[in-house]
Design a binder for this molecule. Structure first.
Ligand SMILES: *Cc1c(COP(=O)(O)O)cnc(C)c1O
Length: 406
């Protein structure tokens, strides 16, 4: 159904226009509002602003026009066409990093004694936050195989202290996926909060709010920014009253806000999200198919391939299977190091979601100091290579990895 309120109907148009307000000085793009505070015409106006009687900016930790445009754009994308074809209202706060967004989520929704139910494949930082820091505040995590609904339900039944189901899908490094709709329905039956890290997918490929998820977080550092120019995050919710109340207070008090420079870069990056993701995903599928037939490759983890156990879930809840994949080289650690050293165009680095193809060998890089048995529990074998497939011409990407595998 075409949107009645908006003068456009497509996601790409929304990504370009949403969140923008006419600048009072008629700048085409919202400027970088590099200012810590905002001024008042008279003392009474200050009173009205502080009391909330008059809308207006006060202090950039609380809110800032450049940061707000970026947050509103992401909120619009996450809520795009979800209420019978109309926008679902979503409110978000731009944060200094994905981790700051997760911290703001936890601090605004959990208290001492609460538990988080989550799964094995999580971003390392999220895992560490739950394992090492949250217990100091009396909040702990229970990890279960949430791909199996029976196990998820058994975990909920076994421990009524679980307050939140926290999911990340697709997730590192094997691209495991969980069924957002099934877990949300289950969680709702037990009265739990459901939060989803949507970083790998972006709102163009997957909209968790569609299934009734309460909160969505992103590391905007990745595909949303899309060019690797800044670290950032966003914390979004569909309960507007909660977001404008408790969540806003936490956002102000924790001080994990972003800044106008990074927000400006993020806004520019997000305008091309649709075309970028289409190209990223097209290339990823071609790269996955190339690896699947290669003699040096023992296994390809890509949810677009029939060989991936989560292909059906991905097809149901994502527009395309994404741009992330991993492979296992038959030759183990040495083969991994050799492949990394031979790359001529693809970039040897961690992180993901930039224009160039990024390759990382966890056993020699991010997880070098983690003992092998522990690594393998998380699916990080010696020959595992993770790839964020970029937007170069596909022939060039395949030529580079092909020569690196010789
Ligand atoms: C990178 C990442 C994070 C953390 O984001 P930062 O911006 O690095 O703080 C969280 N979740 C996922 C899935 C990520 O890839």
């Amino acid at each position: 159904m075409p949107d009645q309120q908006l003068p456009y109907s497509g996601f790409g148009s929304l990504a370009i226009h949403a969140g923008h307000e006419q600048d009072p000085r008629y700048a085409h793009l919202t400027p970088i509002y590099a200012t810590s505070t905002f001024v008042y015409d008279e003392a009474e106006q200050g009173m009205r602003r502080f009391s909330g009687e008059e809308k207006g900016y006060i202090y950039s930790r609380w809110g800032n026009p450049t940061m707000d445009e970026a947050a509103s754009k992401i909120a619009a994308m996450e809520g795009f066409a979800l209420a019978n074809g109309q926008p679902l209202p979503v409110k978000g706060y731009l944060q200094s990093s994905g981790m700051a967004a997760i911290s703001a989520l936890f601090m605004s929704t959990l208290k001492t004694g609460d538990k988080i139910l989550s799964h094995y494949s999580l971003y390392g930082g999220s895992q560490e936050l739950m394992d090492r820091l949250m217990p100091d505040f009396g909040i702990s995590a229970i990890i279960a195989d949430l791909r199996d609904p029976d196990k998820a339900e058994a975990a909920l039944k076994a421990d009524p202290a679980i307050r939140m189901i926290y999911i990340e899908t697709p997730a590192n490094p094997t691209l495991q996926c969980v069924d957002i709709e099934a877990l949300t329905q289950l969680g709702k039956r037990y009265g739990k909060i459901i939060a989803c890290d949507n970083t790998f997918a972006t709102p163009y490929l997957q909209q968790p709010f569609k299934y009734g998820v309460d909160f969505v977080i992103h590391s905007t550092t990745k595909f949303l920014n899309g060019h690797g120019t800044s670290i950032g995050g966003v914390f979004l919710g569909r309960d507007i009253e909660f977001m404008e109340g408790k969540a806003y207070k936490v956002h102000k008090m924790l001080g994990g806000n972003s800044n106008p420079f990074d927000a400006f870069l993020l806004i520019n990056g997000m305008k091309t999200l649709e075309v970028r993701m289409d190209r990223h995903c097209f290339n990823a599928m071609e790269v996955a198919k190339f690896f699947e037939g290669h003699k040096s490759v023992a296994r390809v983890n890509y949810t677009g391939l029939a060989s991936h156990p989560d292909q059906a879930i991905t097809a149901r809840q994502m527009r395309h299977p994404g741009a992330m994949l991993s492979i296992e080289l038959k030759g183990g650690l040495q083969a991994g190091i050799q492949m990394m050293n031979r790359l001529r165009m693809c970039t040897r680095t961690v992180s993901l979601g930039t224009c160039d193809t990024l390759m990382c060998h966890p056993a020699s890089m991010t997880h070098y100091s983690v003992p092998r048995e522990k690594r393998e529990q998380y699916g990080i074998t010696d020959g595992l290579i993770r790839i964020s497939v970029g937007m170069e011409n596909i022939e060039d990407i395949i030529a580079d990895i092909n020569q690196a595998l010789q």
